[in-house]
Design a protein around this ligand. Structure first.
Ligand SMILES: [Zn+2]
Ligand SMILES: [Zn+2]
Length: 367
């Protein structure tokens, strides 16, 4: 167990217990404003509302996503709903309204939530890890440099060293090159939502794409019904389109987006049911090791329902970057380094779930 530790910064060690900065002890410090951690954050993220909102630096597509949803829904409510309420049922705007609100809320939650960024190691921690790397490998077998191997559910999992964050990445963690952060249970970087999708915002992302599929299919169906009803009788479809040109715009947007959104929802439903991430699926992390008893995804419960519950309804882990906390003043006595948790694999929900049942989390093979 001693050899399989990875370094994780304890959120408690980073958080500042006092919400207000401590009173400056001398007049010199009065001029200095206490900086918050988001102001000196090393990753390529943008922060708004004094650090409350986090976004990727390249979040230019998010207004487009939001704009497409807003414009299409507005056209639907203004030009299609009155006709459909008059000739069909008043439930249509109610269903559309509920879906629209749900889509917008889940989109903003995905975009503005910390996806599970791991704080970079401090100088003391980095030096400590360097010492461990240098001192290891005295026995006959030596793993490739800058990697560690641990056993999860009787399966060997490699932990890679991140040269930017100066630490061994915990299992399922990957470094996003666009945000320049290590993200826990990294799924992918989504330009459409302007954020990484990871451990803390995957449930919002999944809810967003599923509800967006329903909304797009609903609008598509309603607009088609509207045009068909208008074109009945002596009028043709051309006259119907002339009478309601906005419907044509909605039809085009929905037609071209519904297939990709439905496909994406189906793909992520498969990932949720198998407790996989897009990153693992693309890399084929667990598919290439067939034949042995411990092959397959070590994080899967082998039960679709349990996998869905764990991925979508599990407890929300706390944000580790403490972006609203205060940076300790430079001239203050050196603060204690963040507490390093030695192999508290039980603390990680992803690992924890692998320790259930007859399969036990075993210590790594002797190096
Ligand atoms: Zn990293
Ligand atoms: Zn990213």
């Amino acid at each position: 167990m001693k050899n399989c530790e990875y370094h994780q910064i304890d959120p408690q060690a980073l958080s500042t217990p006092n919400p207000t900065p401590p009173p400056p002890p001398c007049a010199e410090r009065k001029s200095k404003r206490a900086k918050r951690k988001w102001e000196v954050f090393p990753g390529k993220n943008r922060f708004y509302c004094d650090g409350r909102i986090i976004l990727s630096r390249q979040s230019g597509v998010l207004p487009l996503t939001l704009g497409l949803i807003l414009v299409t829904s507005a056209l639907f409510f203004i030009f299609d709903c009155p006709y459909l309420v008059e000739h069909l049922t008043s439930c249509i705007p109610v269903i559309g309204g509920v879906l629209f609100i749900f889509v917008v809320i889940t989109l903003l939650q995905t975009s503005f939530t910390d996806p599970g960024i791991l704080p970079r190691a401090g100088p003391d921690e980095a030096a400590d890890i360097e010492r461990q790397i240098d001192s290891s490998g005295s026995t006959s077998y030596r793993p490739p440099p800058r990697t560690k191997e641990i056993l999860i559910n009787e399966q060997l999992v490699k932990l890679k060293y991140c040269f930017t964050c100066k630490m061994f990445r915990p299992p399922r963690t990957s470094h996003c090159s666009l945000c320049d952060n290590c993200v826990e249970r990294f799924d992918h970087h989504c330009p459409w939502v302007g954020n990484c999708v990871g451990k803390r915002n995957y449930r919002f992302f999944y809810s967003f794409i599923v509800s967006l599929s329903f909304l797009t299919a609903f609008i598509f169906g309603c607009v088609t019904t509207h045009l068909v009803m208008r074109s009945q009788g002596e009028k043709g479809i051309i006259i119907a389109l002339q009478e309601s040109p906005a419907s044509a715009v909605e039809l085009v947007i929905c037609f071209f987006s519904v297939w990709s959104i439905l496909g994406l929802s189906g793909f992520h439903t498969y990932l949720v049911a198998s407790n996989l991430t897009t990153n693992e699926d693309i890399k084929g992390s667990w598919s290439g090791k067939s034949g042995s008893e411990g092959s397959g995804n070590p994080y899967s419960y082998s039960n679709i329902f349990t996998n869905c519950c764990v991925v979508l309804c599990g407890p929300m882990p706390p944000s580790l970057i403490d972006r609203r906390g205060f940076v300790p003043p430079d001239d203050a006595p050196a603060a204690a380094p963040p507490q390093i948790e030695l192999p508290t694999l039980e603390a990680k929900s992803d690992i924890n779930m692998c320790t259930r049942g007859p399969k036990d989390l075993s210590p790594p093979a002797p190096l």
